[in-house]
Every structure is written in C-alpha cells, then in structure tokens.
Design a protein around this ligand. Sequence first.
Ligand SMILES: [Zn+2]
Ligand SMILES: [Zn+2]
Length: 468
Amino acid sequence: MSWIGVAAGSLAVFLASTVAFDVVHAVLHGMMRSRVRLLQAVGGLHGVHHRFLDRELRIHEEWRRANLLCHVIPEYLTQLGFGALLLLALPARFVVPAVALETAVFLAILRVRGSDLNHRPRARVPAYRPHLFCLPEYHALHHVQPDAYLSSWVRVLDALLRTGAVLGGRRVLLVGSATPAGRALARALAGAGARVEPAPAEVASLRQLAGPGGPHASDVLLLTGCPAAKAAALLEAFVEGAGSGWLAPEVAVVDAGGCGALYRRYLRDPRLVYRHLLWVEGEPPERQAWRAVDLWRRGFHLLAGSPAAWLRHPRLRPRGGSRPSVGPHEPEPGDRREAPDGVGHEYEEGGGGAELEPQHAAAGLQWEDHEELDRRRREAHEQRAGHGAEPQGQREEQPEQPPEDQPRVEPGRGQLGMDGHPERVAHAGAPGGHHGQAVDEAPEGTRRIGEAQPAQRHPHATAARRKR
Ligand SMILES: [Zn+2]
Ligand SMILES: [Zn+2]
C-alpha cells in the first residue's frame, strides 16, 4: 500500500477515534447530571475541565493543574486504551500513526498546560462557520453551553444527538408569523423550547427590538415571507441592533424562491450565524417545519423541509451579476405598501432596500467588499451608540444603558466592546476540540492567561457556578 493510502487510513482511524471520544464526552456530561453519587463523581472529572474554562470563557488558574490531572491525562489514557483495542481489529500501520498523532496533540497541550487554541479566555465568541470540523469558536460554545456542541473534531456526534445548535430558551423574533410557513415554524420552534415572538417587518422596529441576547445564547431572527431585498434590510437592522454582543446573533431566512443571493452573501458573514431554509409552497407546512427545525438542531446551516427543496439549492442557481438578486423588491422612494407577511406592517418609506448606502457607493465599494463594508458599518454603529471601540477584556466595565437612539428590549444584559475581526480567530489554527493545536499566547487584545478577571466581578459568574 502506498504511503498515501496509509496516511488516509490513519487519518480515518484518528477521526473515527475522536467521534468515539465524543461519545465518552457525552456520557460524562450525562453522568454530571445524574443523581447517583458515583456517576456524579466520575462525571465530575470532566466537570473540572469546565471549571478551568468557565461559561464566560474565563481561565481559572486554580483549576489549571486539576484540569491536566483530571481531564487532559485521563483523556489521553483513554485514547491509548482505545488504540490498543483497535489493534485487535485493524492493521497496525493505520493504528500506530493515529495514536502517534494523538500523542503529539497531548504533548502540545501539556506544553501549554491546557491553554490550547480551544481553551483561552475570550471577550467575545465569534460566529461559527458552516464547517465539517469544529473550529475553536465552536468548542468555545461548548464551554458557554456545556449541554451542546459536544463534538471535538468533526461534527458527527452533534448531528446525531441534535446538539449542534441550541434552541431551548432562546428568543426567536419571527417576521411573517401569519404566513403558513411562519405559523408552522413557530409551533416547531416552540416545540424545541424556543420563545417565539412575532416581529414587524420594519427596519426601524426590528433594530429596536434586537438585543445582545442572553448570557449563554444570542437572539434569533427568523424571516418568512420576505423578498430578498426586504430580508437583507431586516437582517442588517437586526445585526446592527444586536450590536457587538458577547455571542453572535443568529438569522434564519425562509427561502420560498428568489432568496439564493442571501445564502451566498451571508453564509460566511463573520457577524452572524446564518441559516437558510428552503421552503416548497404547496407541501404540508407542518412537516416541512418539523424537518427544518430538526436539521437546525443538528447544526446544519442549509435547512430543507422537503426532499424536493434540495433541487433549489442556492448554489445551483445562476448568480446573475454582482447583486441583482438581492434587491428585486426595492421600494420606490416614498412608497408605502403592505409587507408580504400578512401581519399588517408596512415597508419603511424609501428604505429597506438592499442598495449600498450612498456613502459606501460614493467610496467606490461594491457588495462584494464584505469586510470593508462590515468594518465601516460597525464604526458607524459605534459612533451612533456613543462609545468608540474599546479593548477586549473590559466587558464588565461596559455601560449597561442602551444607546439613546436604540432602546433595547432587555437593557439589563449589557453590551460588549467591539472585538477584533472575528475572522482572525476563525482562521487562527487547525480544528480541534479537547485536542486543539497548542498556542503559547492569547491573541492580541484578549486577556492573557493568568489575567482572568476575578470571578465575582462578572455579572453572570454566580449563575454559571451554580449551574455547573
Ligand atoms: Zn464538556
Ligand atoms: Zn474544552
């Protein structure tokens, strides 16, 4: 067998092993919730890992040594034992390189005493991207919400257990609640534990309704019955209203046709977690909604409520130029008309289209200049909010009053200072869960190891400790 075959086989064994360890991980979390003391004690070994990096993503130095002894080393011993078992069934030429790779990762984690790429303090959790592998921001979410995002290297187990996204307890602002899709999705989401609230299809109202979300889950905007241009405007208003929160906001768009440009534009937007729901008019809404929410919980970003919907995959559609399909329904200046959601709201006068802002168009920017547009919009938002960019790690000192021109629904949640560009973190290193690639330093702008804020200063610290 060629060396390529051996390498591919070894990699397959390695990745399959990580899924097996993810099962152990899930079992340990189940034990932590058990009422049986013995099981609790075993699960508590993994609980130490979550005490080391808590739900606010702060490093606790007092747990660093225990994290190595109770989590990192036992995890590696489990890997060795599993490797020995595999030798009984598979050729050594596949198993030995896989175990060697696990050993290299283990030594790298030991070298940085547990503070690998996946385990470092953060002032903000960037949006995670659609990806087969678990990038660092994905594992960060596991520490924020320990009952979900259990996968460490590939998202297989989360897809199987429906732990790839959290809907329970989250606020979902639903635009188009009176449409058949809206009604069916509201029921399906409520069945998954979400708090669904009807929202108007108005840019200004939505900007005001949006908020940074709760301490452990951001708010969700679900758009149904909106043409692409209107949906883009509402999405931007929601993201702007949510501000640079602790967790990235989430937006899902129901595409019954003509919204493919939104998928291409926002799927990898670093400001938000984007999901695209393919909807087929004429098929039973309830069944479509149930399937879509099921895929949502499994962590998928492209959701199809019907097998026929896959035929309308956004990437199968012609692009038709740089932006035209985003804005086919731009209202004329002064135009007021009924929104297509049937809830009696109206388009904002002359606004809400997906045209570039005049100042950006004058600067020669195009819709493709995502990063530059995002940067300029963030700066403008900060200026309107009355405070400029502040360094990371000062979340506790942020004023909790909402900006004067943007009243918040839940003003007590606080708001974060603007983080550096999330993309910098997303591409910072190779994927890895508990086995992340080691780093020596925290990224520029984040708190360094050992400089974690005292726990009692954090507004959510007490609740977080209670929940563990
Ligand atoms: Zn865990
Ligand atoms: Zn971890």
